[in-house]
Design a protein around this ligand. Structure first.
Ligand SMILES: Cc1cc2nc3c(=O)[nH]c(=O)nc-3n(C[C@H](O)[C@H](O)[C@H](O)COP(=O)(O)O)c2cc1C
Length: 186
């Protein structure tokens, strides 16, 4: 079974992280690191306590974002991909510059040094020149910058369809081809 690390930050788009948690059950082992701001955004956008939500999934192992004693903080930890979803501009900037201030950004540093697959589902609008520079450099260093901007050519009828458009493609890009036909928990 694939081992995926999921970083959840305080960017808008908590619904993407929620859907990733939901659809990956039974498909991979998921080590999750949630930033300090992520819970605030979960409350604001979904009225959900992220800590409670994480506890409800059997395939999820939670790691405190401040805990550098976590096995994830070591380069010898094995994983198939690091996915940050949604990814804030702050976390993206820290990952770009190798600033391992939290476990979230430390894993980004490890993904680069160990040449592991990394995908950042970035969310901001508009982008500043700093954001664009960071994205270019991260892409040049081998990670995937994936904008949280769904297509509309599949004639989406609701927000869940837009979310699944992104989540399905993100997971496929990191090697998890999951058919998103499961019903939505609301
Ligand atoms: C409701 C809400 C929405 C936010 N949306 C974004 C966003 O889309 N992109 C972003 O970069 N920051 C956004 N922020 C700001 C980040 O939460 C803030 O920069 C935070 O320091 C990010 O820290 P983290 O990357 O450690 O989670 C948002 C904050 C709140 C409260």
């Amino acid at each position: 079974m694939k081992k995926i690390i999921l970083g959840i930050t305080g960017a808008s788009g908590a619904i993407y992280a929620k859907r990733i948690l939901e659809v990956t059950a039974g498909h991979c082992e998921l080590d999750v690191i949630a930033s300090q701001s992520s819970n605030l955004v979960f409350q604001e956008e979904l009225d959900i306590d992220l800590d409670d939500l994480l506890k409800s999934y059997k395939h999820v192992k939670v790691h405190d974002y401040k805990n550098f004693l976590s096995p994830l903080a070591s380069g010898s930890n094995d994983f198939d991909a690091y996915l940050v979803a949604p990814c804030s501009m702050k976390t993206m900037g820290q990952i770009r510059f190798g600033i391992g201030e939290t476990l979230l950004t430390r894993v980004g540093d490890i993904a680069f040094k160990e040449r592991r697959k990394m995908l950042l589902l970035v969310r901001e609008a508009p982008f500043s020149t700093v954001h664009l520079e960071n994205m270019l450099r991260i892409s040049e260093m081998g990670a995937i910058i994936f904008p949280a901007s769904p297509g509309f050519y599949h004639n989406p009828q609701d927000i869940n369809s837009l979310v699944d458009f992104i989540v399905g493609r993100v997971l496929k890009t990191i090697g998890l081809d999951i058919k998103l036909t499961k019903s939505w928990k609301t």
